[in-house]
Write a protein that binds this ligand. Structure first.
Ligand code: C5P
Length: 404
Protein backbone atom coordinates (compact mmCIF):
# COMPACT_ATOMS: atom_id res chain seq x y z
CA UNK A 1 0.00 0.00 0.00
CA UNK A 2 1.49 3.36 -0.94
CA UNK A 3 1.83 5.91 1.82
CA UNK A 4 -0.24 9.08 1.69
CA UNK A 5 0.75 12.19 3.56
CA UNK A 6 -2.47 13.35 5.08
CA UNK A 7 -2.88 16.81 6.46
CA UNK A 8 -2.28 16.38 10.15
CA UNK A 9 -4.81 17.19 12.82
CA UNK A 10 -4.94 20.26 14.99
CA UNK A 11 -1.83 19.76 17.08
CA UNK A 12 -0.36 22.84 18.72
CA UNK A 13 2.71 23.12 20.91
CA UNK A 14 2.13 26.02 23.30
CA UNK A 15 5.53 27.25 24.47
CA UNK A 16 5.46 29.42 27.57
CA UNK A 17 8.28 31.82 28.44
CA UNK A 18 9.07 33.21 31.89
CA UNK A 19 6.95 36.34 31.80
CA UNK A 20 4.08 37.31 34.06
CA UNK A 21 1.79 37.06 31.01
CA UNK A 22 2.15 33.28 31.39
CA UNK A 23 -1.02 33.39 33.46
CA UNK A 24 -2.87 34.89 30.49
CA UNK A 25 -1.67 31.97 28.39
CA UNK A 26 -3.93 29.72 30.46
CA UNK A 27 -6.85 31.48 28.80
CA UNK A 28 -5.18 31.22 25.38
CA UNK A 29 -4.92 27.46 25.95
CA UNK A 30 -8.63 27.26 26.77
CA UNK A 31 -9.60 29.28 23.71
CA UNK A 32 -7.41 27.05 21.51
CA UNK A 33 -9.27 24.05 22.89
CA UNK A 34 -12.58 25.79 22.16
CA UNK A 35 -11.44 25.89 18.55
CA UNK A 36 -10.80 22.15 18.54
CA UNK A 37 -7.01 22.29 18.85
CA UNK A 38 -5.11 19.62 20.78
CA UNK A 39 -2.47 21.40 22.84
CA UNK A 40 0.78 20.21 24.40
CA UNK A 41 2.24 22.83 26.72
CA UNK A 42 6.01 23.19 26.83
CA UNK A 43 6.99 25.78 29.45
CA UNK A 44 10.57 26.95 29.95
CA UNK A 45 11.87 25.79 33.34
CA UNK A 46 11.90 29.33 34.78
CA UNK A 47 8.35 30.08 33.57
CA UNK A 48 7.14 27.57 36.18
CA UNK A 49 7.77 30.38 38.70
CA UNK A 50 4.70 32.06 37.24
CA UNK A 51 2.45 29.11 36.31
CA UNK A 52 3.22 25.62 37.59
CA UNK A 53 3.33 22.32 35.78
CA UNK A 54 0.19 21.07 37.56
CA UNK A 55 -1.87 23.93 36.11
CA UNK A 56 -0.69 23.22 32.58
CA UNK A 57 -1.25 19.48 32.94
CA UNK A 58 -4.73 20.00 34.34
CA UNK A 59 -5.72 22.47 31.63
CA UNK A 60 -4.20 20.62 28.68
CA UNK A 61 -5.01 17.11 29.89
CA UNK A 62 -1.53 16.15 28.76
CA UNK A 63 1.82 15.47 30.41
CA UNK A 64 4.04 18.54 30.64
CA UNK A 65 7.86 18.50 30.49
CA UNK A 66 10.36 21.32 30.43
CA UNK A 67 13.58 19.57 29.52
CA UNK A 68 14.82 16.86 27.24
CA UNK A 69 15.76 14.45 30.03
CA UNK A 70 12.23 13.22 30.68
CA UNK A 71 10.42 10.53 28.65
CA UNK A 72 13.63 9.76 26.74
CA UNK A 73 12.20 6.75 24.83
CA UNK A 74 9.70 9.06 23.11
CA UNK A 75 12.60 11.26 21.87
CA UNK A 76 10.66 14.33 22.99
CA UNK A 77 13.11 16.92 21.65
CA UNK A 78 12.23 15.77 18.11
CA UNK A 79 8.79 14.17 18.38
CA UNK A 80 6.94 17.24 19.67
CA UNK A 81 8.17 19.48 16.89
CA UNK A 82 7.54 16.89 14.21
CA UNK A 83 3.97 16.26 15.36
CA UNK A 84 3.03 19.93 15.67
CA UNK A 85 0.90 21.82 13.15
CA UNK A 86 1.94 25.04 14.84
CA UNK A 87 4.36 26.08 17.56
CA UNK A 88 2.89 29.03 19.42
CA UNK A 89 5.06 30.72 22.02
CA UNK A 90 3.11 32.95 24.36
CA UNK A 91 4.53 34.84 26.07
CA UNK A 92 7.87 35.05 24.30
CA UNK A 93 10.33 36.87 26.56
CA UNK A 94 13.42 38.82 25.47
CA UNK A 95 15.61 35.98 26.72
CA UNK A 96 13.63 33.29 24.87
CA UNK A 97 13.67 35.38 21.67
CA UNK A 98 17.44 35.75 21.93
CA UNK A 99 17.94 32.04 22.57
CA UNK A 100 15.82 31.12 19.55
CA UNK A 101 17.67 33.68 17.39
CA UNK A 102 20.98 32.16 18.48
CA UNK A 103 19.73 28.65 17.61
CA UNK A 104 20.22 27.39 21.15
CA UNK A 105 18.75 24.11 22.34
CA UNK A 106 19.04 24.34 26.11
CA UNK A 107 15.54 23.28 27.09
CA UNK A 108 12.68 21.27 25.55
CA UNK A 109 11.01 24.32 24.03
CA UNK A 110 14.07 25.57 22.14
CA UNK A 111 14.76 22.01 20.96
CA UNK A 112 11.19 21.84 19.66
CA UNK A 113 11.65 25.13 17.81
CA UNK A 114 14.76 23.72 16.11
CA UNK A 115 13.15 20.45 15.07
CA UNK A 116 9.74 21.56 13.87
CA UNK A 117 8.82 22.17 10.26
CA UNK A 118 5.49 23.70 11.33
CA UNK A 119 4.93 27.46 11.36
CA UNK A 120 6.19 29.19 14.51
CA UNK A 121 4.31 32.13 15.99
CA UNK A 122 5.77 34.23 18.79
CA UNK A 123 3.70 36.49 21.04
CA UNK A 124 6.28 38.72 22.71
CA UNK A 125 5.39 40.35 26.02
CA UNK A 126 7.87 42.44 28.02
CA UNK A 127 8.54 45.96 29.21
CA UNK A 128 9.08 48.60 26.50
CA UNK A 129 12.74 49.04 27.47
CA UNK A 130 13.37 45.38 26.66
CA UNK A 131 11.19 45.29 23.52
CA UNK A 132 12.82 48.42 22.11
CA UNK A 133 16.36 47.45 23.11
CA UNK A 134 18.51 47.15 19.95
CA UNK A 135 19.46 43.60 20.91
CA UNK A 136 15.80 42.50 20.99
CA UNK A 137 14.99 44.51 17.85
CA UNK A 138 17.84 42.76 16.00
CA UNK A 139 16.82 39.33 17.30
CA UNK A 140 13.22 39.86 16.21
CA UNK A 141 14.44 40.90 12.74
CA UNK A 142 16.54 37.73 12.56
CA UNK A 143 13.58 35.57 13.48
CA UNK A 144 11.31 37.26 10.96
CA UNK A 145 13.95 36.83 8.24
CA UNK A 146 13.82 33.08 8.98
CA UNK A 147 10.09 32.94 8.44
CA UNK A 148 9.07 32.97 12.10
CA UNK A 149 5.89 34.96 12.71
CA UNK A 150 6.15 37.59 15.43
CA UNK A 151 3.02 39.35 16.64
CA UNK A 152 3.41 43.00 17.55
CA UNK A 153 2.80 43.46 21.30
CA UNK A 154 -0.11 45.62 22.39
CA UNK A 155 0.28 49.07 23.93
CA UNK A 156 -1.14 49.56 27.39
CA UNK A 157 -0.75 48.90 31.06
CA UNK A 158 2.17 46.68 32.08
CA UNK A 159 3.14 45.04 35.35
CA UNK A 160 3.80 47.69 37.97
CA UNK A 161 2.88 51.28 37.37
CA UNK A 162 4.25 51.73 33.85
CA UNK A 163 2.54 51.40 30.50
CA UNK A 164 3.63 51.32 26.87
CA UNK A 165 4.39 48.80 24.12
CA UNK A 166 4.96 45.26 25.31
CA UNK A 167 1.59 44.21 26.65
CA UNK A 168 0.36 40.66 25.95
CA UNK A 169 -2.44 40.90 23.34
CA UNK A 170 -5.99 39.78 24.12
CA UNK A 171 -6.68 36.04 23.70
CA UNK A 172 -9.08 36.56 20.77
CA UNK A 173 -6.43 38.53 18.86
CA UNK A 174 -3.93 35.71 19.43
CA UNK A 175 -6.46 33.10 18.29
CA UNK A 176 -7.14 35.09 15.11
CA UNK A 177 -3.42 35.13 14.37
CA UNK A 178 -3.16 31.39 15.11
CA UNK A 179 -5.93 30.65 12.61
CA UNK A 180 -4.25 32.83 10.00
CA UNK A 181 -0.75 31.39 10.48
CA UNK A 182 -1.83 27.74 10.77
CA UNK A 183 -4.29 28.19 7.89
CA UNK A 184 -6.79 26.33 10.02
CA UNK A 185 -10.41 26.77 9.21
CA UNK A 186 -13.04 26.34 11.85
CA UNK A 187 -16.12 26.37 9.64
CA UNK A 188 -17.08 22.87 10.81
CA UNK A 189 -16.39 23.56 14.47
CA UNK A 190 -18.54 21.30 16.61
CA UNK A 191 -20.34 19.79 13.60
CA UNK A 192 -20.79 16.03 13.82
CA UNK A 193 -19.63 14.49 10.58
CA UNK A 194 -20.13 10.78 9.93
CA UNK A 195 -17.78 9.40 7.28
CA UNK A 196 -17.45 5.91 5.83
CA UNK A 197 -14.26 4.68 4.18
CA UNK A 198 -12.85 1.61 2.49
CA UNK A 199 -14.61 -1.30 0.86
CA UNK A 200 -16.92 -3.82 2.49
CA UNK A 201 -16.26 -7.54 2.31
CA UNK A 202 -19.06 -10.07 2.19
CA UNK A 203 -17.94 -13.39 3.53
CA UNK A 204 -18.66 -16.43 1.36
CA UNK A 205 -16.88 -19.01 3.49
CA UNK A 206 -13.94 -18.92 5.94
CA UNK A 207 -11.56 -18.23 3.02
CA UNK A 208 -13.36 -16.16 0.42
CA UNK A 209 -15.29 -12.94 0.24
CA UNK A 210 -16.90 -10.56 -2.26
CA UNK A 211 -14.98 -7.30 -2.13
CA UNK A 212 -13.70 -4.37 -4.13
CA UNK A 213 -10.53 -2.36 -4.70
CA UNK A 214 -11.25 0.55 -2.37
CA UNK A 215 -8.37 1.20 0.07
CA UNK A 216 -10.01 3.88 2.20
CA UNK A 217 -7.53 6.57 1.14
CA UNK A 218 -10.24 9.05 0.11
CA UNK A 219 -12.37 8.42 3.19
CA UNK A 220 -9.41 8.87 5.53
CA UNK A 221 -8.35 12.04 3.70
CA UNK A 222 -11.89 13.34 4.11
CA UNK A 223 -11.88 12.49 7.82
CA UNK A 224 -8.56 14.31 8.32
CA UNK A 225 -9.71 17.35 6.39
CA UNK A 226 -12.97 17.49 8.39
CA UNK A 227 -11.24 17.20 11.77
CA UNK A 228 -8.78 19.88 10.70
CA UNK A 229 -11.74 22.18 10.09
CA UNK A 230 -13.01 21.55 13.60
CA UNK A 231 -15.56 18.81 12.99
CA UNK A 232 -16.25 15.99 15.44
CA UNK A 233 -15.57 13.08 13.14
CA UNK A 234 -16.95 9.58 13.42
CA UNK A 235 -15.22 7.34 10.89
CA UNK A 236 -16.54 3.91 9.98
CA UNK A 237 -13.75 2.13 8.16
CA UNK A 238 -14.24 -1.05 6.20
CA UNK A 239 -11.07 -3.09 5.77
CA UNK A 240 -8.70 -0.13 5.57
CA UNK A 241 -5.10 -0.60 6.62
CA UNK A 242 -4.54 3.03 7.65
CA UNK A 243 -3.75 3.62 11.32
CA UNK A 244 -6.34 5.23 13.59
CA UNK A 245 -5.85 8.93 14.20
CA UNK A 246 -6.03 10.68 17.55
CA UNK A 247 -9.03 12.96 17.61
CA UNK A 248 -11.12 10.82 15.23
CA UNK A 249 -13.43 8.11 16.55
CA UNK A 250 -12.82 5.18 14.24
CA UNK A 251 -14.88 1.99 14.18
CA UNK A 252 -13.71 -0.87 12.01
CA UNK A 253 -16.21 -3.05 10.20
CA UNK A 254 -16.04 -5.76 7.60
CA UNK A 255 -19.41 -6.17 5.89
CA UNK A 256 -22.13 -3.91 4.50
CA UNK A 257 -24.56 -5.14 7.17
CA UNK A 258 -22.17 -4.11 9.95
CA UNK A 259 -21.64 -0.73 8.31
CA UNK A 260 -25.36 -0.25 7.77
CA UNK A 261 -26.14 -0.94 11.41
CA UNK A 262 -23.61 1.62 12.60
CA UNK A 263 -24.50 4.29 10.06
CA UNK A 264 -28.23 4.08 10.83
CA UNK A 265 -27.44 4.23 14.56
CA UNK A 266 -25.14 7.25 14.31
CA UNK A 267 -26.83 9.17 11.50
CA UNK A 268 -29.63 10.74 13.60
CA UNK A 269 -26.98 12.50 15.73
CA UNK A 270 -24.88 13.62 12.76
CA UNK A 271 -24.98 16.91 10.92
CA UNK A 272 -23.56 15.35 7.78
CA UNK A 273 -23.06 11.90 6.31
CA UNK A 274 -20.27 11.48 3.78
CA UNK A 275 -20.65 8.02 2.35
CA UNK A 276 -17.26 7.44 0.80
CA UNK A 277 -17.09 3.67 1.31
CA UNK A 278 -17.46 1.33 -1.61
CA UNK A 279 -20.24 -0.94 -0.42
CA UNK A 280 -20.41 -4.36 -2.05
CA UNK A 281 -23.66 -4.53 -3.98
CA UNK A 282 -24.29 -8.16 -3.15
CA UNK A 283 -23.63 -10.77 -0.49
CA UNK A 284 -24.11 -14.54 -0.38
CA UNK A 285 -27.57 -15.60 0.77
CA UNK A 286 -25.88 -18.09 3.07
CA UNK A 287 -22.46 -18.04 4.68
CA UNK A 288 -20.83 -21.46 4.48
CA UNK A 289 -18.88 -22.43 7.60
CA UNK A 290 -16.95 -24.97 5.48
CA UNK A 291 -14.78 -23.96 2.56
CA UNK A 292 -16.93 -24.39 -0.56
CA UNK A 293 -15.57 -26.88 -3.08
CA UNK A 294 -14.53 -25.39 -6.44
CA UNK A 295 -17.21 -27.30 -8.32
CA UNK A 296 -19.90 -25.71 -6.16
CA UNK A 297 -18.70 -22.09 -6.49
CA UNK A 298 -20.99 -21.36 -9.43
CA UNK A 299 -23.95 -22.30 -7.24
CA UNK A 300 -23.42 -19.52 -4.68
CA UNK A 301 -26.69 -17.65 -4.45
CA UNK A 302 -26.43 -13.87 -3.98
CA UNK A 303 -28.73 -11.20 -2.61
CA UNK A 304 -28.37 -7.44 -2.76
CA UNK A 305 -27.07 -5.50 0.23
CA UNK A 306 -29.16 -2.79 1.87
CA UNK A 307 -28.53 0.64 0.33
CA UNK A 308 -27.05 2.39 3.37
CA UNK A 309 -27.09 5.90 1.91
CA UNK A 310 -30.65 5.78 0.57
CA UNK A 311 -31.89 4.34 3.86
CA UNK A 312 -30.29 7.22 5.78
CA UNK A 313 -31.65 9.73 3.24
CA UNK A 314 -35.18 8.45 3.80
CA UNK A 315 -34.90 9.37 7.49
CA UNK A 316 -33.02 12.63 7.09
CA UNK A 317 -34.02 15.95 8.56
CA UNK A 318 -33.86 19.17 6.54
CA UNK A 319 -30.80 20.35 8.46
CA UNK A 320 -28.69 17.29 7.62
CA UNK A 321 -26.40 17.13 4.60
CA UNK A 322 -25.69 13.94 2.68
CA UNK A 323 -22.95 13.31 0.18
CA UNK A 324 -22.41 10.14 -1.80
CA UNK A 325 -19.67 8.87 -4.06
CA UNK A 326 -20.08 6.94 -7.26
CA UNK A 327 -17.37 4.99 -9.02
CA UNK A 328 -18.34 4.41 -12.63
CA UNK A 329 -16.85 3.08 -15.83
CA UNK A 330 -19.61 4.75 -17.82
CA UNK A 331 -18.78 7.43 -20.41
CA UNK A 332 -21.84 9.57 -19.60
CA UNK A 333 -20.74 10.22 -16.02
CA UNK A 334 -22.72 13.42 -15.49
CA UNK A 335 -26.14 12.15 -16.57
CA UNK A 336 -25.60 8.85 -14.88
CA UNK A 337 -24.53 10.68 -11.73
CA UNK A 338 -27.58 12.99 -11.81
CA UNK A 339 -30.00 10.07 -11.83
CA UNK A 340 -28.07 8.39 -9.02
CA UNK A 341 -28.09 11.58 -6.95
CA UNK A 342 -31.87 11.84 -7.31
CA UNK A 343 -32.48 8.15 -6.71
CA UNK A 344 -30.42 8.20 -3.52
CA UNK A 345 -31.97 11.45 -2.24
CA UNK A 346 -28.64 13.10 -1.43
CA UNK A 347 -27.46 16.71 -1.60
CA UNK A 348 -24.19 16.00 -3.39
CA UNK A 349 -22.66 13.20 -5.39
CA UNK A 350 -19.03 12.97 -6.44
CA UNK A 351 -18.86 10.72 -9.46
CA UNK A 352 -15.58 9.51 -10.85
CA UNK A 353 -14.40 7.34 -13.67
CA UNK A 354 -12.61 4.28 -12.37
CA UNK A 355 -12.05 2.75 -15.79
CA UNK A 356 -8.81 0.75 -16.09
CA UNK A 357 -8.26 0.64 -12.34
CA UNK A 358 -7.97 4.46 -12.05
CA UNK A 359 -8.60 6.27 -8.72
CA UNK A 360 -8.60 3.26 -6.35
CA UNK A 361 -5.48 3.45 -4.15
CA UNK A 362 -4.17 6.46 -6.12
CA UNK A 363 -3.19 9.77 -4.53
CA UNK A 364 -5.06 11.64 -7.28
CA UNK A 365 -8.68 11.80 -8.29
CA UNK A 366 -10.80 13.42 -10.97
CA UNK A 367 -14.52 13.47 -11.63
CA UNK A 368 -17.64 15.58 -11.33
CA UNK A 369 -19.28 17.04 -8.28
CA UNK A 370 -23.04 17.26 -8.70
CA UNK A 371 -25.53 18.96 -6.45
CA UNK A 372 -29.28 18.43 -6.05
CA UNK A 373 -29.68 22.04 -7.19
CA UNK A 374 -28.33 21.06 -10.59
CA UNK A 375 -24.76 22.39 -10.24
CA UNK A 376 -22.06 20.42 -11.99
CA UNK A 377 -18.36 21.09 -11.28
CA UNK A 378 -15.63 19.27 -13.10
CA UNK A 379 -12.69 18.28 -10.89
CA UNK A 380 -9.56 17.49 -12.86
CA UNK A 381 -6.63 15.62 -11.33
CA UNK A 382 -6.42 16.88 -7.78
CA UNK A 383 -5.04 15.16 -4.70
CA UNK A 384 -7.52 13.37 -2.48
CA UNK A 385 -6.73 15.93 0.23
CA UNK A 386 -7.69 18.77 -2.12
CA UNK A 387 -10.88 17.01 -3.19
CA UNK A 388 -11.75 16.52 0.48
CA UNK A 389 -11.63 20.26 1.07
CA UNK A 390 -13.61 20.99 -2.10
CA UNK A 391 -16.34 18.62 -0.87
CA UNK A 392 -16.24 20.01 2.66
CA UNK A 393 -16.57 23.58 1.32
CA UNK A 394 -19.89 22.51 -0.21
CA UNK A 395 -21.03 20.58 2.86
CA UNK A 396 -20.11 23.45 5.17
CA UNK A 397 -21.91 26.02 3.00
CA UNK A 398 -25.02 23.81 2.87
CA UNK A 399 -24.92 23.27 6.64
CA UNK A 400 -24.82 27.03 7.17
CA UNK A 401 -27.92 27.57 5.03
CA UNK A 402 -29.71 24.53 6.40
CA UNK A 403 -29.31 25.75 9.96
CA UNK A 404 -30.28 29.42 9.72
O1 C5P B 1 -25.22 2.61 -6.06
P1 C5P B 1 -23.78 2.93 -5.94
O2 C5P B 1 -22.99 1.84 -5.28
O3 C5P B 1 -23.11 3.40 -7.18
O4 C5P B 1 -23.79 4.21 -4.99
C1 C5P B 1 -22.64 4.75 -4.49
C2 C5P B 1 -22.92 5.53 -3.22
O5 C5P B 1 -23.91 4.87 -2.42
C3 C5P B 1 -21.71 5.60 -2.35
O6 C5P B 1 -21.77 6.79 -1.61
C4 C5P B 1 -21.86 4.38 -1.46
O7 C5P B 1 -21.15 4.56 -0.25
C5 C5P B 1 -23.35 4.31 -1.26
N1 C5P B 1 -23.87 2.94 -1.14
C6 C5P B 1 -24.53 2.59 0.00
N2 C5P B 1 -25.05 1.31 0.14
C7 C5P B 1 -24.92 0.43 -0.85
C8 C5P B 1 -24.27 0.78 -2.04
C9 C5P B 1 -23.75 2.05 -2.15
O8 C5P B 1 -24.65 3.40 0.91
N3 C5P B 1 -25.42 -0.78 -0.71
Amino acid sequence: MSQITFPRGREIVLGVGAGIAAYKSCDVLRRLQDHGFLVTVVPTPSSLNFVGKATWEALSGRKVNTDVWEDIPTVPHVSLGVKADLVLIAPATADLISRIAAGRADDLLTNTVLTTTAPILLIPAMHPQMWLNPATVANVETLKSRGIFVMEPAIGRLTGSDSGIGRFPESNEIIEKVLEVSQSRCDLLGKRVLITAGGTREAIDPVRYIGNRSTGKQGYALAFAAVKRGAIVDLIAANSAFPDIEGITTTHVESADEMNLLVQEKFPNSDALLMCAAVADAKPVLYSTDKIKKAKLSEIALQTNPDILSTAAKHRSASQVLLGFAAETNSDLVNYGKSKLNAKGVDFLYVNNVDNGAIFGSDLTSGYLLSNEGDVSQISEVSKDTLSNILLDKVSERLRYANV
